[in-house]
Design a protein around this ligand. Structure first.
Ligand code: ATP
Ligand code: MG
Length: 499
């Protein structure tokens, strides 16, 4: 990726805002080190203001004191020296927004990272107020991820904030990426924000999105592990501003923050270097506010304010499954539910590794489509009964027929929830699989062969009911007659007769 220097890029930007005579406000660098600069005597200093240093390097004022400013450098350059002059630009950090961003990869201040010029003349500040209470409406439309376990048991609604939480390498990114891929033909715009990740990992995600044809309605905002903490700190806010542009125009947007643990660490680094007092786990006291003001910007807007929605899927990485440490508990309490992924399940081959007992969606159920609601009522109870019984009967040998049947059905259901990555189901396919579970279509299929059998079953169902599938995928509705018809077809499939 060829990149224009941050300083050169910001110089162009700030130069664009000098219509009349300019009065420069100047200060002097007092101390500099570790990417943090202390400036004295800067009159009229503003929180978040961009400061220009003599060498053309930029910094962001984050600590205003009685006679000076503590600023973090955006460039990782060490060309700032003590005693040099600092200029207040009067501008805060901004990001370009607009239709031109679709299909593009940018960094948090709007530099294109995909070797093409970016043509847009509208900029939004990265920090913007969240919509007021009266400008919001309740979540009422589903945002289907195409992942059966999630859409059936932990449904997400447009405008909701649903946390994806789990240890490293448990498929967190895979779930978020699948959710983006599933928005291909729904008109939902997606923003994927990568914070503090290896560039190679992010390149892999972009490639997956491209290959799946999902990049055309997506924007990627990337702040890598090698970028300065200030740039990493800005990334989720910038991504949210990009999303808000579309939401204000009545569009539905999905934003993924991958991940907020690294974002919190970048913020901690920055604040400790600014000599702010450390609190729990050395995070500053306002780290809760940092994430709450970000996630409060996800909302379902009322018709008067555009009627669009911003759905947020923040990701949090836990250590050894500890969801009770500081940052996870913060974000759990801010969001409307969480999808909890477990290493043990992942390594046992149950992928996506969703722990259905610990995962919840607090507002999504009311937004679930009619078709899905008609087939997913008892799944959670079935699964938890199965799990309880499975532990209980692990060492027992002679079980009665009812228990054996329940264990087998539970095992089948667990296996039906297994789904390869980048293979989202359509709503019709999800409903068809759950109806097959209800009809016990796969009762004679060995577990090893189940995956192939499901693929075959879905191919048959899609071929037999194209009109029903198209209608259901478009409207989300299913009447009782159709339900009975599909259920009968699932039974006929088992018997091997024509659907
Ligand atoms: P990290 O903590 O490194 O960010 P992560 O939790 O985001 O990891 P992923 O990168 O999504 O995890 O996935 C880890 C690995 O598991 C990847 O190699 C991915 O291909 C694989 N994987 C994820 N989901 C599935 C799935 N449903 N089926 C098969 N493989 C999967
Ligand atoms: Mg990941």
């Amino acid at each position: 990726m060829t990149e224009k220097k941050i300083s050169a890029f910001l110089k162009d930007r700030t130069a664009a805002f000098t219509p009349g005579p300019v009065i420069f406000r100047k200060g002097t660098v007092e101390r500099v080190g570790d990417g943090v600069v202390h400036v004295k005597d800067l009159p009229g200093r503003k929180y978040g203001e961009l400061l220009e240093f003599g060498s053309g390097v930029y910094g962001m004022a984050l600590e205003l004191t009685e006679n000076g400013v503590g600023a973090v450098l955006l460039d990782a350059e060490d060309s700032v020296c003590a005693g040099e002059t600092v200029k207040g630009t009067g501008r805060v950090a901004e990001v370009p927004v607009g239709e031109a961003l679709l299909g593009r990869v940018i960094d948090p201040i709007g530099r294109p990272l995909d070797e093409r010029e970016l043509e847009t003349d509208l900029y939004y500040p990265v920090e913007r107020p969240s919509p007021a209470i009266m400008d919001r409406r309740p979540v009422d439309t589903p945002l289907e991820t195409g992942i059966l376990a999630i859409d059936s048991m932990i449904p997400i609604g447009r405008g909701q904030r649903e946390l994806i939480i789990g240890d490293r390498q448990t498929g967190k990114t895979a779930i978020a990426v699948d959710a983006i891929i599933n928005q291909r033909n729904t008109g939902v715009i997606c923003v994927y924000c990568a914070v503090g990740q290896k560039s190679s990992t992010v390149a892999g995600v972009i490639e997956t999105l491209r290959a799946a044809g999902a990049m055309d309605n997506s924007v990627v905002v990337h702040a890598g592990a090698s970028d300065s903490p200030a740039i990493q700190y800005l990334a989720p806010f910038a991504a949210c501003s990009v999303a808000e542009y579309f939401a204000e125009r009545g569009r539905d947007v999905l934003v993924v923050y991958d991940d907020l643990t690294k974002h919190a660490v970048a913020y901690r680094t920055m604040t400790l270097l600014l000599l702010r007092p450390p609190g729990r786990e050395a995070y500053p006291g306002d780290v809760f506010y940092l994430h709450s003001r970000l996630l409060e910007r996800a909302a379902c807007r009322s018709a008067e304010t555009g009627g669009g929605t911003v759905t947020a899927l923040p990701i949090i990485e836990t250590m050894a499954g500890n969801i009770a440490s500081y940052i996870p508990t913060n974000v759990i309490s801010i969001t409307d539910g969480q999808i909890y992924l477990e290493s043990e399940l992942f390594h046992a081959g149950i992928r996506p590794a969703v722990n259905t007992g610990l995962s919840v969606s607090r507002v999504g159920r009311s937004a679930q489509s009619e078709a899905m609601r008609a087939v997913s009522g008892t799944l959670r109870i079935d699964l938890s009964q199965y799990r309880e019984m499975a532990v209980f009967t692990r060492f027992g040998s002679d079980l009665d027929a009812a228990t054996v049947k329940m264990l087998r059905r539970g095992e089948t259901l667990t296996n039906l929830f297994k789904q390869g990555k980048s293979h989202p189901y359509t709503l019709f396919e999800e409903v068809a699989v759950l109806l097959a579970y209800e009809a016990d279509t796969f009762r004679d299929v060995p577990m090893k062969a189940l995956g192939a059998k499901v693929t075959d079953y879905l191919a048959h169902m899609n071929a037999a009911f194209p009109a029903v599938a198209a209608h259901m995928n478009a409207t989300g509705s299913m009447d009782d007659g159709t339900r009975a018809e599909l259920l009968a077809a699932a039974e006929r499939y088992r018997e091997g007769t024509e659907l």
